[in-house]
Design a protein around this ligand. Structure first.
Ligand SMILES: *Cc1c(COP(=O)(O)O)cnc(C)c1O
Length: 406
């Protein structure tokens, strides 16, 4: 063994452990055995990108002017389309020259942002459970995540009052994400107002992740953090075409908000990448300027799936309320069921492994894949996440299978 090749940096070693190994292994095995798996694990839309967006990519890719390096700051046309979209959707004014930065998917920007502001050992406030790149980006930048637990009794909002004074003073960044992955919870305006005043008082930069703003039900319209007065003085918002237009594989998103924050992120990125393929940016403009009906239809589809799943689970005595947004359902692991009894027989004792054990059990006994809550952080323990990214028929089938084992 050439041991000097094993000496990964301390930063890499400090990344949270990957907790899906067991599930991944079981999933591979099940697939190899040809079992009929229902995968409620992946947060990736199953529907195709709308045709007019694909058409625009075809056209744009045939134009040789798109084949060269793109501008680091993105096409002005795309930045203008984003600004226009923010006005129409949120009534928020953004300057396309200084307050908007296109990204190679919002994940990339979220993960690179801490490099612009953290020094070694600096604290950042992160919700837990959360989208994993928040913690990953902080740690890779040499920072330390300080966890803000998202608890059910608090509607899965962080309790800002509980953050100790010494941490508030030291923290540089704070992440918020509503509509939320993985808990599917939402934030009202008063929460964003609290965040703005907290940030001002403690000199903290706010990072709002708005990836799910367009996936909402029952007439609910999520708002943007930037709608609140003073938000642009303290924060940056990350957005993406991924979920709104079924474009996860295309890799296109953006950051917008405070010009200083946007330009610092641009500075980091100019040392790392060379922009988004221009043809994809042109297709992105077509997406943002396209018909809204497609988004409504998509939400209708997820809503039917959501209702089928929630009704089915409730009929099994597994109580869950219908989420108002995102395509996730965040569920308490049922306590008094045959499944948890057989779980104990399988050796699940400690709370630290129960969501993993329960997910493994669903895969073994029912060929259903779900995501164990602990994979999103320790406060996700005791929960699992199901994604509404399979058809109504498959959801019905999943409920039937659950009925047999619960
Ligand atoms: C899917 C998702 C994103 C979007 O990622 P892209 O890199 O833009 O595809 C961002 N934040 C959260 C919480 C997500 O679930």
């Amino acid at each position: 063994m050439v041991n000097w090749l094993n000496k990964e940096s301390k930063k890499l070693q400090r990344l949270p452990p990957y907790l899906f190994l067991e599930i991944d292994k079981a999933k591979r095995k099940a697939r190899q055995e040809g079992r009929d798996i229902i995968d409620l694990g992946v947060g990736d839309p199953d529907q195709p990108t709308p045709a007019h967006i694909i058409e625009k990519l075809y056209q744009a890719a045939r134009d040789p002017s798109t084949h060269r390096y793109a501008l680091d700051q993105g096409l002005l046309g795309l930045r203008k389309a984003i600004a226009q979209w923010y006005v129409q959707r949120f009534n928020v004014q953004l300057d396309p020259e200084t307050e908007i930065l296109p990204l190679i998917g919002s994940k990339e920007g979220i993960a690179h942002f801490p490099l612009a502001f953290l020094n070694d050992g600096d604290y950042s406030l992160v919700p837990d459970p959360c989208y994993p790149p928040y913690k990953g980006g902080i740690i890779l930048a040499g920072g330390k995540p300080y966890l803000m637990p998202l608890k059910e009794e608090n509607a899965f909002l962080p309790d800002l009052k509980k953050i100790p004074l010494n941490i508030r003073r030291k923290a540089k960044l704070m992440y918020i994400n509503y509509p939320n992955n993985p808990t599917a919870s939402i934030a009202e305006e008063y929460f964003y107002k609290d965040v703005v005043s907290f940030a001002n008082k403690n000199k903290i930069i706010v990072i709002s992740d708005l990836a799910y703003s367009e996936i909402a039900y029952d007439g609910y319209r999520p708002s943007s953090f930037l709608e609140v007065e003073g938000a642009k003085d303290v924060g940056i918002e990350f957005h993406s075409l991924s979920k709104t237009y079924n474009m996860t594989g295309w890799r296109i998103g953006w950051a917008c908000g405070n010009a200083k924050l946007v330009s610092a992120l641009a500075k980091v990125k100019s040392n790392i990448d060379s922009g988004i393929f221009s043809a994809i940016q042109l297709a992105g403009i077509a997406a943002l300027e396209g018909p809204e009906q497609q988004i409504k239809d998509m939400c209708q589809l997820y809503q039917e799936r959501r209702d089928t799943l929630i009704r089915g689970l409730n009929s099994l005595g597994w109580y869950a309320s219908a989420p108002k947004a995102t395509f996730y359902v965040w569920l308490n692991i049922p306590k008094k069921t045959n499944a948890s009894t057989s779980l104990r027989r399988h050796g699940a004792r400690s709370r630290t492994t129960s969501s993993i054990k329960f997910s493994t059990l669903l895969l073994e006994k029912a060929n259903i894949v779900v995501t164990p809550g602990v994979g999103f952080g320790k406060y996700g323990e005791g929960y699992i996440r199901m994604a509404l990214t399979v058809s109504v028929e498959r959801i019905r089938e999943a409920v039937e299978r659950l009925k047999r084992i619960l």
